[in-house]
Design a protein around this ligand. Structure first.
Ligand code: 7PM
Length: 288
């Protein structure tokens, strides 16, 4: 898996990322509820320390998000979002030389993050906000396009689909890829994400995971985020702090179904699950 002759490099600004094997993206939330409230600098230092630990545990990417996409969360202003993410991105890039992804839908945040040295854009709204597509083209960075039905405020109020969920998600993502390409965003810069938990019941999520072949068929690398999500809570009856083992099972499954980037909280344990699952997959291929 470290054979450089089979490497698939994703150019990410000052970095490049080999996605010929599954990689782990560590989640760094910088919403006010996420780190200690002992003043801005304490919170910033805590965030940096946490990122450093995730990198030491094997994370290839740190995903910095300042807008809570929690169901029911209030929207944040551009200035608020910038105030939260900009200092963190700056220090992650300068002090840790980290490959930083920015979890945002806001065109101003996309621009600013790219200027500060971020290497990837992660947009749960798939660049559908006014100006986001143009900002992403200007940034020249890879973009993760995620499927969401509805908006965080209402997406979990009895989500339903008129067709099989995998058709709805694949159709949406294919249309977003087409729109991005038509606007001048190169296909090689795109990643796709089914958006687990974003306007989906637990049954939708489980089916989507089983039918990920419908998404890999689109020919772009897949990113998935299931870490600590309520689909684990609902199946196992576990509160959020007891969802690690369930998340590891899902991570292993996602690798088996073709995911190339896993967005997670618990980097160390997930690295083991991912690498073990990948070892089985590779061994299988030797006999093809
Ligand atoms: C509360 C509920 C807080 C849900 C945070 C969340 C994804 C993402 C998020 C994902 C991509 C979380 C989510 N989830 N970006 N951002 N894919 N690309 O659990 O699944 O982290 S926020």
């Amino acid at each position: 898996m470290t054979d450089s002759s089979s490497a698939t490099w994703l150019p990410c600004g000052r970095h490049r990322l080999d996605i010929s094997y599954p990689r782990v993206m560590g989640i760094l939330n910088v919403t006010p509820d996420s780190f200690s409230d002992g003043g801005r600098h304490v919170a910033l230092d805590d965030a940096l320390r946490h990122a450093e630990r995730m990198l030491a545990e094997g994370a290839a990417i740190i995903d910095v998000g300042g807008e809570s996409t929690r169901p029911g969360a209030p929207p944040v202003s551009t200035q608020q979002e910038l105030d939260r993410v900009a200092p963190v991105i700056e220090r992650l890039v300068c002090e840790l030389d980290a490959l930083v992804s920015v979890d945002t839908s806001n065109p101003r945040v996309i621009e600013q993050a790219a200027q500060l040295g971020a290497g990837m854009i992660n947009d749960v709204r798939a660049l559908q906000r006014d100006g986001a597509l143009e900002a992403a083209i200007g940034a020249g960075l890879p973009v993760c396009l995620m499927h969401m039905q509805g908006e965080p405020q209402d997406m979990q109020q009895a989500p339903r689909y008129d067709e099989p969920i995998e058709d709805a998600v694949a159709g949406f993502l294919a249309a977003r890829v087409a729109a991005c390409e038509a606007a001048g965003l190169r296909r090689e810069r795109l990643l796709l994400d089914p958006g687990f938990g974003f306007g989906k019941t637990v049954e939708h999520n489980l089916r989507l995971l089983n039918r990920m072949d419908r998404l890999t068929a689109l020919g772009l690398p897949l990113l998935v985020g299931m870490s600590r999500k309520s689909m684990i809570g609902k199946v196992l009856g576990r509160p959020v702090e007891e969802r690690l083992a369930g998340g590891l099972a899902l991570a292993a499954h996602a690798v088996g179904r073709g995911a190339r980037i896993l967005r997670v909280h618990d980097v160390g344990p997930v690295m083991d699950a991912v690498n073990m699952s990948w070892a089985v997959l590779r061994e299988g291929c030797e006999h093809d």
